[in-house]
Design a binder for this molecule. Structure first.
Ligand SMILES: Nc1ncnc2c1ncn2[C@@H]1O[C@H](COP(=O)(O)OP(=O)(O)OP(=O)(O)O)[C@@H](O)[C@H]1O
Ligand SMILES: [Mg+2]
Length: 332
């Protein structure tokens, strides 16, 4: 856990102006900037979701709706509960209480593979690629989980072969798209941190999801690769994919999101279009509250230029650099 690392929320006026209004942002134009607000076309809806660890309440979200076809950024200081919320919704952890639905279907308590089958998949803060498989094998594995062992029976073997061929085509197409075609036969363990992030995103697309939850998709990635990843994410949104992503860098948030939801201490404390978030007192409190309580708290410093009112500082991106040997378990 990165709980003792400083928050990394920065925004610059240039990033705000660089944001090109998307159709998805347009559809959210009349939506009030209030936590828990109803959306015009919600795909994922959460109600009363809580998760505690011992005495610690990691998540307590009363109501949250994620708009279909939009890029929603989920931000908040370290330990706010963002990853825990992703874990719950994607079926990798169990909530203590609450319910949630996806495209009108109840999803509460469903395990990860069933959630994925419904069209909701996630990536991890640290990529979970299998180092000793090739890049292409990693892709194929993501698809295999969907078809199930049953199809390996002799009777269905031709069908499985056809699906395997289709999966192969899909893998090659995605690897080309993500510029990983040149390393498709390399072991995933030899990829750079940035390439692993690309592979992580490419893998979840093998199942043709309706919605993806991306946990810090560009953390620790060099600027060029980061731009490329962000370009892919907006392109996927433009093709109809619903995206919810966790991010600490406000340049990134401002640059690509249509809507921003803010968590602090497990709660949803603010929501709104990206340009309104920096001025929201609840957001400033969430990030700087500790500074008022604890003068000189690590990593939280006043910014030089408060003129835009949306500039909060700190940087933890380096802390999310994937290390040599990532967790290899893959429950998807
Ligand atoms: N398995 C666990 N056991 C105990 N405590 C946990 C566990 N997972 C998370 N927590 C705690 O729950 C809180 C929320 O953690 P979470 O990882 O969801 O935060 P986050 O918003 O993703 O933070 P970051 O930005 O650092 O990734 C933190 O206080 C964390 O220490
Ligand atoms: Mg996290």
């Amino acid at each position: 856990m990165d709980a003792d690392q400083p928050p990394a929320v920065r925004a610059s006026a240039s990033a705000v102006s660089a944001h090109s209004a998307s159709a998805a942002a347009g559809r959210l134009a009349g939506t009030a900037a209030e936590p828990g607000v109803r959306k015009p076309d919600p795909l994922l809806v959460l109600d009363g979701v809580t998760r505690t660890f011992g005495g610690l309440v990691a998540v307590r979200v009363d109501h949250l709706e994620v708009q279909r076809g939009a890029i929603t950024a989920l931000i908040g200081p370290n330990g706010a509960g963002k990853t825990t919320l992703f874990n719950i919704v994607s079926g990798f952890d169990r909530a203590g209480r609450g319910s949630w639905s996806f495209d009108g279907h109840p999803l509460t308590g469903r395990p990860a593979h069933r959630v994925a089958r419904q069209g909701l998949v996630r990536t991890f803060q640290l990529p979970r690629t299998l180092s000793r498989l090739t890049v292409r094998e990693n892709m194929m594995l993501a698809a295999a989980g969907q078809h199930g062992e049953r199809l390996l029976s002799a009777v269905l073997r031709p069908l499985w072969r056809r699906q395997e061929r289709e999966a192969g085509r899909r893998a090659d197409e995605l690897l080309e798209r993500f510029r990983l075609g040149g390393v498709r036969d390399d072991y995933a363990g030899t990829l750079s941190g940035g390439q692993r992030k690309l592979l992580e995103l490419a893998r979840v697309l093998m199942v043709r999801p309706v919605m993806v939850l991306l946990d810090e998709p560009v953390a620790g990635v060099n600027p060029a690769l980061s731009q490329s990843l962000l370009g892919h994410i907006t392109e996927l949104r433009d093709e109809g994919l619903t995206v919810c992503f966790v991010e600490h860098d406000m340049d990134v948030v401002m640059g690509i999101s249509d809507w921003v939801a803010v968590m602090a201490d497990g709660r949803l404390v603010a929501e709104g279009p990206p340009h309104t978030i920096g001025q929201n007192p609840a957001v400033v409190d969430a990030y700087l509250g500790r500074r008022h309580d604890e003068p000189g708290a690590p990593g939280v410093e006043p910014t030089g230029d408060q003129s835009t009112g949306d500039q909060l500082t700190g940087d933890k991106r380096a802390g999310d650099q994937p290390t040599g040997d990532e967790p290899t378990g893959d429950k998807e």
